[in-house]
Design a protein around this ligand. Structure first.
Ligand SMILES: Nc1ncnc2c1ncn2[C@@H]1O[C@H](COP(=O)(O)OP(=O)(O)OP(=O)(O)O)[C@@H](O)[C@H]1O
Length: 254
């Protein structure tokens, strides 16, 4: 499904972070949102998911304003992995991943064959089978992040919005997660949008990027065009060195 922001102005207490942002994310596209700390990436993801009200403008899914969609319809359509999470959950990994099915079966205890298959598949994809019966509260940071991604996979929304999905993951699990998210877009025609801090993963796995500048400007387009040395130096406000490894350019700050 198509996720669109139209003339979106976001901010807090009447003060805007950026104004009149327009972006359209199509089925089958994998998007990266990049920018410095505090530029408004999480704020944008919250607005795309209907969790905060824009100062002006709107977000829509298939032309329907997110603000007008029933919460249950929204949860069946769009899945969010947010940065902040309360750590009060006292159940097992399996219980937690099964929560992903809540929007579809309307019950925390409800089970259905398709849902259980998705839960098992999500555990497998995030390499969590051996941890399925462990209490979530006893896991390491990276293990917990994989569990949170697995819950989102079990939810199986049409649009995936993820805030720093690679947080706490070791580099091998980062690669696994990025390939998986890219494949959701490439092979299942899902719309995937994620906040990333690593420009290499963005250039390797995202079709498109949205660059949010500290001065409120925004630039969107093909990752291969926008992730240039000049753009990244301006975006992050630091000098970048281009390293070419196996014909792939990596930009590393000095
Ligand atoms: N509830 C709030 N009330 C007031 N200001 C807020 C609120 N939430 C965030 N901000 C401010 O809005 C700005 C954007 O925050 P946001 O979390 O979107 O940044 P970000 O780009 O995701 O940053 P990071 O890379 O550090 O996660 C920051 O300056 C932040 O301090």
């Amino acid at each position: 499904m198509t996720l669109s922001a139209e003339n979106l102005t976001l901010g807090y207490s009447g003060k805007s972070l950026y104004q009149n942002l327009n972006v359209t994310m199509l089925p089958g596209e994998c998007w990266g949102i990049l920018g410095r700390n505090g530029c408004g990436k999480s704020t944008l993801l919250h607005a795309l998911g209907g969790l905060i009200k824009p100062l002006s403008g709107s977000v829509s899914i298939q032309g329907n304003p997110v603000a007008s969609l029933p919460r249950i319809t929204l949860a069946q359509t769009m899945g969010l992995l947010l940065q902040e999470e309360s750590s009060l959950f006292s159940g097992t990994v399996l219980d937690y991943v099964r929560f992903g099915r809540f929007p579809h079966n309307g019950s925390l205890a409800g089970r259905d064959e398709l849902g259980e298959a998705l839960v098992q598949n999500a555990l497998e994809q995030m390499e969590l089978n051996a941890l399925a019966l462990r209490l979530v509260g006893t896991l390491s940071g990276g293990e917990r992040q994989r569990v949170r991604i697995a819950m989102l996979l079990a939810q199986s929304p049409v649009i995936y919005g993820l805030d720093e999905p690679l947080l706490h993951l070791d580099i091998c699990h980062q690669a696994t997660a990025m390939k998986l998210l890219r494949d959701l877009a490439a092979t299942q025609r899902k719309t995937v949008v994620m906040v990333l801090h690593d420009t290499l993963w963005a250039s390797r796995y995202c079709d498109n990027v949205l660059l949010l500048y500290e001065n409120g400007n925004a630039l969107s387009g093909a990752a291969k065009d926008l992730l240039s040395k000049d753009n990244l130096e301006e975006l992050y406000g630091c000098k970048m060195q281009a390293l070419i490894i196996d014909k792939e350019v990596h930009y590393v700050p000095y």
